[in-house]
Design a protein. Structure first.
Length: 332
């Protein structure tokens, strides 16, 4: 049943992708290139984020950039000469992987002069979004799924049905990883989406309200901008956290909901070298053209591939495969 406070459905077409972070935990590789442009499998991290948004119908994309992020703008600019050269060479497979450049999408860029936190990065989008609801997708977080865009679709449905001022994507993580993220406390955890009672940013071990963490996807109404302005800066860094701005929204009595990732969705948060290596490894194993060679390499080294990773051609982490099914996956 639709809540009595739900608003009239309007098409949500805008997404904000913050990419201004310095990536200091991945130095020296990020000294001269954005973390968001590091390859995971065949694509840079941020391309997965954009393709997910386009699959959900979000075709107006604003990147909030910073220093040394020019390569992101270059990547999403069309290159007709390259496209024609690929057509002439019959490399339709590569053209397909550049389909984001040919989609009916519009890309915009605004620069955050000082990296003062995620909340301030989102605030840079106020003129862009106007008075319409919008999505925020973190540029260093990939949602691997057998149906790209489904998570954002579910979040949009939640907003339309509940009239929520904010919808958060939530992922359950192991207890030892909870302290890396913002954590949600829900009214009821049994449903696919539930009202959020409170949030805690990077709780101390043993003090987390749940294992449901913010998964790098948000949907807001423009009410969030006044909440960002009302959010105090952290005295040590001068930054404003988006989690704290959402807490202000909750304290004002606005409806905030959480939507859980389903069993076929997995977040890859590229926050440091360990998380980056795991993401690259999983996506490389699942590559439908050359992933099997990595499997063979692991077996030659006497390593048994994780059976939860799947086989080449499937979404990362999606399948349960044995060594016998690996043999079946080899090229004839």
């Amino acid at each position: 049943m639709r809540d009595s406070n739900a608003k009239t459905e309007t098409k949500i077409s805008k997404v904000v992708i913050p990419v201004a972070g310095a990536g200091s935990r991945m130095l020296p590789v990020t000294k001269s290139q954005p973390k968001e442009m590091l390859p995971v499998g065949r694509k840079p991290v941020v391309q997965y984020v954009v393709e997910e948004a386009l699959a959900a119908g979000l075709d107006k994309v604003l990147f909030v950039t910073g220093r040394q992020k020019e390569s992101i703008e270059e990547h999403f600019d069309r290159d007709p000469v390259l496209e024609q050269r690929l057509r002439d060479a019959g490399r339709i497979d590569i053209l397909d992987e550049l389909s984001f450049a040919q989609a009916a999408a519009q890309f915009f860029f605004v620069r955050q002069s000082r990296p003062t936190g995620l909340a301030d990065a989102v605030a840079e989008a106020e003129d862009f979004v106007g008075d319409a609801p919008f999505a925020v997708s973190l540029g260093d977080s990939i949602i691997a799924s057998d149906s790209p865009g489904r998570l954002l679709d579910h979040m949009i449905q939640c907003h339309h049905r509940t009239g929520a001022a904010c919808v958060l994507a939530l992922e359950e993580v192991p207890a030892e990883d909870v302290h890396h993220y913002g954590v949600a406390q829900l009214e009821a955890e049994g449903n696919r989406w539930s009202r959020v009672r409170d949030l805690v940013e990077k709780p101390e071990p043993g003090r987390e309200p749940s294992r449901l963490t913010l998964a790098g996807r948000y949907l807001f109404t423009p009410e969030i901008f006044s909440c960002i302005r009302a959010t105090p800066q952290i005295s040590r860094t001068g930054s404003r956290e988006l989690t704290d701005a959402v807490r202000v929204l909750i304290q004002k009595g606005a409806d905030v909901y959480g939507v859980k990732l389903d069993e076929n969705e997995r977040r890859y948060d590229i926050r440091d070298f360990a998380s980056y290596f795991r993401a690259f490894f999983d996506f490389a194993l699942e590559d439908e053209r050359v992933g099997y060679t990595l499997w063979q390499h692991l077996i030659r080294r006497g390593l048994e591939p994780d059976p939860l990773l799947g086989v080449p051609g499937g979404p990362p982490g999606a399948g349960l495969k044995t060594s016998e099914s690996f043999d079946e996956a080899q090229d004839p």
